[in-house]
Design a protein around this ligand. Structure first.
Ligand SMILES: [Zn+2]
Ligand SMILES: [Zn+2]
Length: 86
């Protein structure tokens, strides 16, 4: 099943090898690989997306591996797809 990340954007598309903060365009980021959602970090944003989704079954589930990135400049944080499923 194709996942529409625009409609269910707790996972943005992988942003490449020189990721930029979508809010302030800083390159000063930290990245963390998560094998599943982490309570207190990315579980709550995902839950919010599920609540808002027209069709919650299209939202990647809690055991979807992903990268969580955090901007060291403005402190915005987000999750995105991994480059490859290892
Ligand atoms: Zn995460
Ligand atoms: Zn930023």
């Amino acid at each position: 099943m194709k996942i529409d990340v625009r409609a269910t954007n707790w996972l943005r598309p992988f942003s490449g090898e020189a990721p930029q903060c979508p809010k302030c365009r800083s390159h000063d980021l930290q990245s963390f690989w998560h094998s599943a959602v982490v309570v207190g970090e990315c579980a709550e944003p995902r839950n919010a997306i599920v609540m808002m989704a027209d069709d919650p079954t299209t939202v990647p589930d809690e055991n979807t591996e992903h990268l969580c990135r955090a901007c060291m400049s403005c402190l915005y944080a987000w999750s995105e797809e991994t480059a490859d499923a290892a």
